[in-house]
Ligand binder design. Structure first.
Ligand code: HAM
Length: 418
């Protein structure tokens, strides 16, 4: 017997029974993003591997060991996108969208990373992201953060912590990196294999090591904020005061460095303690050098992306997603079908937020009513022999305490609207 086919580890089916929170998250984010002036952009799932190596960074975990990379039939190295920012920048340059103008894009969809799957960490996951090009000042950083705060509020999510940091400019990071490496060299014998490797390839990433011993070594390590350049410091101070004035709480975390190389100045993450180890639900920052690095003209940029699986998990903890009123039409036999279809169509045109179905399955009226009850139907519209003859419809409320009522078919929509 052949082996049962299974989905790939870390890649999930999302079933209709689970979809309500996804749709609410996406619809709310979409409405808000459009309202803040972001335009949706849809991009390929596959890009040249080089795009990600040159943007996210060749020495990052993502590019070093997490990408789904393959040669296509022409021998080009391609990768499934591990994130969206690189593609947005590529498209912006390629389509000539970024010159001397302000561009705001949002996107959503699946991303792919070959990480070790666990709760909140998958190999195919979904992001909703936003990127803004052409604004160098800290006000837009603040606005993006305020956007995310508004989204949490509209979704009823509480208890998320905002952490912010500044990475300074390139030179300040080089200076800080040198100071950090010098400090850690004295403790080489206490570092785990991963940190020892990063000491050579990407020392800043040691700052977010999960190893307790490494973390205790870092307490006395130099702080990034002591190394940042004056302009970046001013940028960061203004950002903080803008957030203060909007009464948005945050914590400055000088260890927050992010796992992608393209950032400078502002970086931020929204973190929850409700999801265990994978608590970052949204992350982003400034990447003023990336457009030029990928061949465009120097263009300041800032953005973020949120993890939909993690947000949906939080929404599930908050409670059930609201369900639309569920209406089912039942008829005594096939003779009622034309009337059922006619009435159902009338209702579908008018009662747009209802779920409206016709019971096509067999059985007598009792059986059909039972089925409606069991499947969570709220209202049943019955067309029996009498109703068919008299052009009426009987409405039965299965959840509400309202009397069963027989009305003329022409008044059905109006009756159901009240
Ligand atoms: P990131 O921190 O790599 O940043 O990912 C953003 C968010 O995607 C994370 O905070 C998390 O919620 C979610 N996420 C990442 N990996 C996984 C995974 N394996 N399973 C489930 N969720 C995951 C970026 O991707 C940047 N492009 C964000 C950005 C946009 N920065 C500027 N613009």
């Amino acid at each position: 017997m052949s082996e049962k086919l299974q989905a790939i580890r870390g890649m999930n089916d999302i079933l209709p029974t689970q979809i309500a929170h996804w749709q609410r998250l996406e619809a709310t984010a979409q409405r808000l993003l459009n309202g803040y002036g972001f335009g949706e952009i849809r991009l390929p799932l596959i890009e040249k591997t080089e795009l990600f190596a040159r943007s996210i960074g060749a020495a990052t975990d993502i590019v070093e060991k997490e990408m789904y990379t393959f040669d296509d039939r022409n021998g080009d190295s391609l990768s499934l996108r591990p994130e969206g920012t690189a593609s947005v920048v590529r498209a912006g340059i390629q389509q000539g969208l970024l010159h001397n103008t302000i561009c705001k894009f949002w996107y959503s969809g699946p991303m792919f990373r070959h990480e070790r799957p666990q709760k909140g960490r998958y190999r195919q996951f979904h992001q909703i992201g936003a990127e803004c090009f052409g604004l160098a000042g800290p006000a837009i950083d603040a606005e993006l953060i305020l956007f995310t705060a508004q989204l949490w509020q509209e979704l009823g999510l509480q208890g998320l912590e905002l952490q912010i940091n500044s990475l300074g400019d390139r030179q300040s990071r080089i200076n800080f990196k040198a100071a950090l490496v010098e400090y850690l060299q004295d403790y080489r014998d206490q570092l785990d294999a991963d940190s020892l490797r990063r000491l050579e390839t990407n020392p800043l990433r040691i700052l977010d090591s999960k190893n307790a011993q490494t973390q205790s070594l870092l307490i006395k390590a130099p702080s990034l904020l002591d190394y940042i350049d004056t302009e970046s410091r001013d940028h960061f101070e203004t950002l903080k005061s803008l957030l203060d004035q909007q009464q948005l709480l945050y914590r400055v975390n000088d260890r927050l460095v992010r796992g992608l190389d393209y950032y400078n100045r502002t970086v931020f993450e929204w973190i929850t303690t409700e999801l265990g180890a994978q608590g970052t639900v949204c992350a982003g920052g400034r990447y003023d050098g990336l457009v030029e690095q990928l061949g465009g003209r120097a263009t300041p940029a800032v953005g973020f992306a949120m993890g939909e699986e993690r947000l949906v998990e939080l929404l599930l903890q908050v409670g059930e997603a609201p369900k639309p009123t569920h209406l089912t039409f039942i008829g005594f036999d096939d003779q009622a079908l034309p009337t059922l279809l006619k009435l159902a169509q009338q209702c579908r045109h008018q009662l747009l937020d209802h779920r409206i179905e016709i019971d096509y399955q067999g059985g007598n009226m009792g059986k059909k009513l039972n089925r409606a009850n069991k499947t969570g139907v709220d209202i049943v519209v019955i067309i029996g022999g009498d109703e068919l003859a008299e052009q009426t419809a009987t409405v039965k409320f299965l959840r509400e305490k309202r009397p069963q009522t027989t009305i003329s078919q022409s008044q059905l929509v109006e009756f159901l609207e009240t």
